[in-house]
Design a protein around this ligand. Sequence first.
Ligand code: CTP
Length: 397
Amino acid sequence: MLKGKEIILGVTGGIAAYKAVELLRLLTKAGANVHVLMTKAAMEFVTPLTFQTLSMNPVHSELFNLIAEREIGHIALADRAQLFIIAPATANVIGKLAHGLADDLLTTTVMATKAPVLIAPAMNVNMYQNPLYRENETRLRQHGFHFVDPVQGMLACGWEGEGKLQDPQLIFEAALALLARKDLAGERLLVTAGPTREEIDPIRYISNYSSGKMGYALARAASRRGARVTLISGPTCLQEPWGVETIQVTSAEEMRQAVLVRSAASTIVIKAAAVADYRPKVRAAEKLKKTDQPLILELVKNPDILEELGKAKQGAFLVGFAAETFDLVRNARKKLTEKNLDLVVANDVSQPGAGFNVDTNIVKLLARDGSVEELPLLTKDELAEQILDRIVALKKG
Ligand code: CTP
């Protein structure tokens, strides 16, 4: 995702510096070439060797060592960078940047770069709420600096409150968003994800193996590419994506209500959820007690949300998923026609590496114009990008 991207990661001296190691790992795993700059204080918390080993680049901290090199180090780095991340960023570094001070390698390089700068603050809650800090942050925002806000939590200083560094995964998401092309700007995308649960009694339900990973990957990718995204999610273990409005639902009927309320305002609807086709006719109010008799559960059909959207189709581009174990293309084409869709993502869930509860998928994309595009084994993140590419191309016509 970040192949060929040059990123500077500035690490300043806070207890959260160790979390920058995790961020670096995410960036390099995604293919970025990362150059780590550390302040002297940061080195008190984590050794440069850790960052050097993971980034496979020398770690810089000295302004004058670099100047002694053949090229002016900090200027060369600042020129080359496509993104500058400071995580964690202390109140001190934010204060210096807000006032144009450049008294060490990190602040000097920020001053010299034309790349977007993403700041992830971490500090004591009282420092974070201090009006001087707030003024500095506002000033930097006005000058186009980007922020990933800290979160509430137990702080290392013993106080509880806002000031804890945001989860490295979400800082990574924010970084991806800054580097992504914005070809979905202006689109309003509605995506559903995960399974639904149909309750039998207060403690039991019918569901399926869907993990929600595909729908969440689509929501993240579309948001990065500039769409305003609403994610309607059945129960999953996944973290709500950064920058995406996420609505949690449980049953198919709840999902239906949530989708219908929002679909009219959407320009693209992607139904990646594995909606339970049936629910128990009666949900017992009390826990069902076992008896010696066989238990027969009567099921009734759930509404088909996608079909309903297809019938009432106005302007929105409709995308459905078809999970099949046989006759993939024929069954998927039938869904495309019967549900009045623009695109179907068809996967043979009996293949290893495809379908439910895995990180990869193997699909065919069937469009309304009759075309069938066969994709190789891809991670769900890669596949999300390909599906969105296809939607962008088909919408252009
Ligand atoms: N879908 C839906 N509402 C339902 C069932 C399915 O919106 N009650 C949507 C899914 O989100 C998916 C598509 O329909 O995008 C296809 O789902 P799938 O379960 O593969 O197919 P079904 O239409 O349910 O048909 P069948 O179970 O017979 O294969």
